[in-house]
Design a protein around this ligand. Structure first.
Ligand code: AOS
Ligand code: ZN
Ligand code: ZN
Length: 436
C-alpha cells in the first residue's frame, strides 16, 4: 500500500522514464561494457565502482528550487515554486530523475509551516527526507523585534544576539520534527569599514552566542559552522575563513564541525588542502557544493573548475579510507541559478558531483602512495591525472537507470513538460533582486 501511494505521488511518470531509458539503454550498455574492459586491465571491477557510486547521495537546498538572482536582478520563470510544498515537488523531480538527491535542506523562516509532521509526511510521500536545517539571521523579517543591521550572533546589541540565539534554537526544534540532525549556521555578520567594530570583541560575542546555541543541541545533533570570506560584509566577516571556523568549532566542542562552501574562499585558494586539514583535526562536518570564478559563490557545481571538484573528492576518499572520529560529512548543493531552470541546473550539478566522486574512486591509491613515498612526482601526478581523464559517464548512466532514474536527465525532464505544466498551475513569482 505504502509503495503504491509513494509511486502515485511522484511528479514524473515512471512510464515516461522507462520509455526514455529503453531508447538509450543499448548504447549505455555498449559504453559500460567497453569501459569495464578498459578498467579491468588495471584490475578495477567496474561493478564494484558502480555499486559504490550508487550509494552516494547529496542534499539539495529548498531555496535552490527557485530561480535566484544577483543583487542586481532576478528573472523569474513561469512555473517557479513559491512555497515549501512546491519546492518539495521540484526537489522530488530532481531526485526522481537523478536518483542522487533524496534529502532536502530547509531554511527558516523561509520554509515555515504550521504542521511539521505533516510536512515530513508530505516529503516522504515524494521520496524525500530532510537534511541539515539552516538558520537565517542575515536578513530581517517582517515584525522582527531587533534588526540584524548590527550583526546577529555577534551583534553589539545584547537583545539582538539573544534573538539570533533563540532563532537558531527554534530551527533545532523544527529540525527535530523533520528528522534532521544538523544545524548549519552561516551568519552575514561583519563590517564594511575599517574600525566599524572591534575585530577581537566581535568574535568574542559570536563565540558566546554560538555557545548558547551549542548548549541546546540534542544528543546526536551537530552544529556546522559555514565560513565565508566576504559578502554581505565587504571589509571583514566574523567567520571569514577556515582558520576562524576551526578555532570556533574547537572552542565550542566535539559536536561542532566546519562546513566548507566551495565558493567562499579567496580566488586560487587550495580548497582541497583545507579539506585535508579540517579532516586531520576531526572537524570536517559538511560541504556546500557550487563553483566560483570571481566573487559569486553560487555558480553551478563543476561548471568552472571540475578539476578542483575532483581534487576535493580525492581528499574525501582519502578521508574515507583514513577516517577520524565522527567523519560523516553532510553533502549539499548550494547554488543560485539566474539564467537556467533550477531543476536542470541541480540535476547537472548532481551529475558533476557524482562524476568527481567516481573519478576519485578510480585513483590508483596504492600507486599514488608508492609514488609519494618514492618521491616520484610525475607518477604521483599521473595517478590522479589518469583517473581524471577517464570518461565515467557510462557508470553514472547505468547507476541512474538501475535505480529508476533517467539516463539523460535533462532530455527526460524536457520530454515530461513538467515546468510547462507547473506554469499553468502555479501563481507567478514577483520581480525583485537578491540572492536566495
Ligand atoms: C551564503 O553565502 C551561504 O552560502 C549559505 O549557505 C546559503 O547560501 C544561504 O544560507 C542561503 O541564502
Ligand atoms: Zn553555502
Ligand atoms: Zn554562499
Amino acid at each position: 500500500m505504502e509503495t503504491n501511494m509513494t509511486i502515485s505521488t511522484l511528479p514524473i511518470s515512471t512510464e515516461l522514464i522507462a520509455e526514455h531509458n529503453a531508447a538509450l539503454m543499448a548504447s549505455v550498455d555498449e559504453d559500460y561494457d567497453a569501459l569495464g574492459r578498459k578498467l579491468s586491465r588495471t584490475g578495477v571491477d567496474i561493478d564494484v565502482v558502480k555499486n559504490k557510486v550508487a550509494e552516494f547521495t547529496v542534499a539539495v537546498p529548498s531555496w535552490g528550487a527557485g530561480r535566484g538572482g544577483t543583487r542586481f536582478a532576478k528573472f523569474p520563470i513561469p512555473g517557479e515554486p513559491t512555497n515549501i510544498h512546491e519546492k518539495l515537488e521540484d526537489c522530488a523531480v530532481i531526485n526522481q530523475l537523478s536518483q542522487a538527491t533524496p534529502r532536502v535542506s530547509p531554511h527558516f523562516p523561509w520554509d515555515k509551516v504550521d504542521d511539521y509532521s505533516a510536512l515530513r509526511e508530505e516529503a516522504a510521500s515524494l521520496g524525500l527526507g530532510f537534511d541539515a536545517v539552516n538558520s537565517n539571521t542575515f536578513q530581517d523579517q517582517l515584525g522582527q523585534a531587533h534588526s540584524y543591521s548590527t550583526g546577529s550572533l555577534s551583534s553589539t546589541d545584547a537583545a539582538t544576539r539573544a534573538q539570533a540565539v533563540e532563532h537558531n534554537i527554534e530551527c533545532i526544534e523544527i529540525g527535530q520534527k523533520l528528522g534532521s540532525t544538523d544545524l548549519t549556521v552561516w551568519v552575514g555578520d561583519g563590517t564594511n569599514f575599517p574600525g566599524q567594530q572591534d575585530l577581537g570583541r566581535s568574535l568574542d560575542r559570536y563565540l558566546d552566542s554560538a555557545a548558547e546555541v551549542y548548549a541546546a543541541l540534542p544528543g546526536t545533533w551537530r552544529m556546522l559552522l559555514e565560513h565565508k570570506m566576504f559578502e554581505p560584509a565587504f571589509y571583514s566577516s566574523v567567520i571569514s575563513d577556515w582558520g576562524s571556523s576551526i578555532l570556533a568549532a574547537q572552542s565550542l566542542g566535539d559536536k561542532c564541525k566546519c562546513l566548507v562552501d566551495l565558493g567562499h574562499h579567496a580566488p586560487n585558494v587550495n580548497i582541497e588542502q583545507i579539506v585535508a586539514r579540517l579532516h586531520r583535526f576531526g572537524k570536517l562536518g559538511g560541504f556546500h557544493f557550487n563553483d566560483s570564478k570571481y566573487g559569486d559563490d553560487d555558480l553551478d557545481s563543476g561548471s568552472i573548475n571540475p578539476h578542483q571538484l575532483f581534487l576535493v573528492f580525492n581528499e574525501l576518499i582519502e578521508a574515507e579510507l583514513h577516517p577520524r572520529e565522527g567523519f560523516n560529512p553532510a553533502y549539499m548543493i548550494d547554488q543560485s541559478h539566474n539564467v537556467t531552470d533550477p531543476i536542470e541546473s541541480m540535476m547537472a550539478s548532481a551529475d558533476a558531483i557524482l562524476t568527481a566522486y567516481t573519478k576519485a574512486i578510480l585513483v590508483d591509491r596504492q600507486g599514488l602512495t608508492a609514488a609519494q613515498e618514492a618521491n616520484d612526482t610525475m607518477l604521483a601526478f599521473q595517478a590522479l591525472r589518469s583517473a581524471y581523464k577517464t570518461d565515467t559517464s557510462p557508470i553514472l548512466a547505468k547507476v541512474r537507470q538501475e535505480k529508476g532514474g533517467a539516463i539523460d536527465m535533462i532530455q527526460a525532464y524536457r520530454t515530461s513538460k513538467y515546468r510547462e505544466r507547473k506554469s499553468q498551475a502555479r501563481k507567478p513569482v514577483g520581480l525583485g533582486s537578491g540572492i536566495v
